[in-house]
Design a protein around this ligand. Structure first.
Ligand SMILES: Nc1nc2c(ncn2[C@@H]2O[C@H](COP(=O)(O)OP(=O)(O)OP(=O)(O)O)[C@@H](O)[C@H]2O)c(=O)[nH]1
Ligand SMILES: [Mg+2]
Length: 271
């Protein structure tokens, strides 16, 4: 049985997307205007200068910080719930199509007898991934963010009572496919897994440092395609190591199975 939650895009979510460099080009999404890719910076957009610019930016930053701190408080509650039942929570973050769902399914088949998994699926729309998961007999709750580019802690708080937490040991949360916003919102999980993939290119750690900085472990999926895409593992790894010198980097292929035993072994040792 798949459960779907709907969330509306709010001003808060819109603001959350602008965290970062106020002088850099930015993207927005709202119900009225849809997706907007802007070549100007926010500072230009607000048409701000001098003191006015500083005051206005400070107000926006205050709002953003308030949103994040509310989220952190709920994330702490979620963590307590998970700790209370001895469930290890994993936040799976990646670009769209990098292989989050495939990785979750492959991990499931490699867990030792007696270690059970459940899943929260985060997508803008549809229950396609949740259906794939449910078809394998894995308990799953689907969250549709209705346009929101990331999951937040309150969405997870609503999902937790719908999962058989007493019967499982690992909760995998598949975040919305996006290499930017999910990194800013704690969910209350214990581990951040970033799934990169070879077709995306080996430059991603340099271009999306926020996401790789948030990673506790980096999986490089679709390694079966590394030659096709001229994927340079050394270069990719140097980008990750520049941000986090000790983070494990594990090449995997959900197509051939390569690296997956190593990943699951690492997970079981580090949970
Ligand atoms: N060649 C190859 N294809 C893969 C691999 N892993 C996943 N794929 C394919 O990549 C596509 C996307 O995989 P998903 O697991 O749905 O990716 P996802 O990150 O969950 O995608 P979204 O939830 O839509 O963001 C599917 O067609 C998979 O069959 C892999 O290791 N090698
Ligand atoms: Mg998926």
């Amino acid at each position: 049985m798949v459960t779907i939650e709907h969330y509306n895009v709010s001003d808060a979510q819109l603001l959350s997307r602008v965290i970062g460099d106020i002088d850099a080009p930015y993207q927005t999404f709202d119900r009225q205007h849809g997706l907007g890719i802007h070549t100007r910076s926010l500072a230009d957009y607000w048409n701000l200068s001098g003191n006015e610019r500083t005051v206005s930016i400070m107000k926006k930053v205050d709002v953003i910080q308030a949103i994040l701190s509310d989220n952190n408080a709920v994330a702490e509650e979620n963590r307590k719930v998970l700790d209370g039942v001895g469930v290890f929570g994993i936040n799976v973050m990646a670009s769209p199509g990098a292989g989050k769902t495939s990785m979750i399914l492959e991990t499931f088949t490699r867990l030792p007898e007696g270690t059970k998994l459940c899943v929260v699926e985060g997508d803008l729309a549809s229950s396609l991934d949740a259906e794939l998961i449910a078809n394998k007999g894995i308990p799953v709750v689907q969250i549709n963010t209705g346009g929101g580019c990331h999951l937040d802690a309150s969405m997870i708080r609503n999902a937790l009572p719908r999962l058989p937490l007493d019967e499982i040991q690992i909760l995998m949360v598949e975040n919305v496919g996006n290499l930017v916003c999910p990194a800013n919102f704690l969910l209350g999980t214990h581990l951040n897994v970033v799934v990169a993939s070879t077709p995306e290119g080996h430059d991603k750690p340099f271009k999306y440092p926020g996401m790789f900085n948030a990673a506790d472990v980096v999986l490089i999926n679709k390694f079966d395609l590394s030659e096709v895409f001229d994927f340079d593992l050394e270069y990719f790894s140097s980008g990750v190591r520049m941000l986090k010198p000790d983070v494990p980097i594990i090449p995997i292929s959900c197509r051939t199975g390569a690296g997956l035993d190593e990943w699951v072994e690492w997970l079981l040792e580090n949970r």
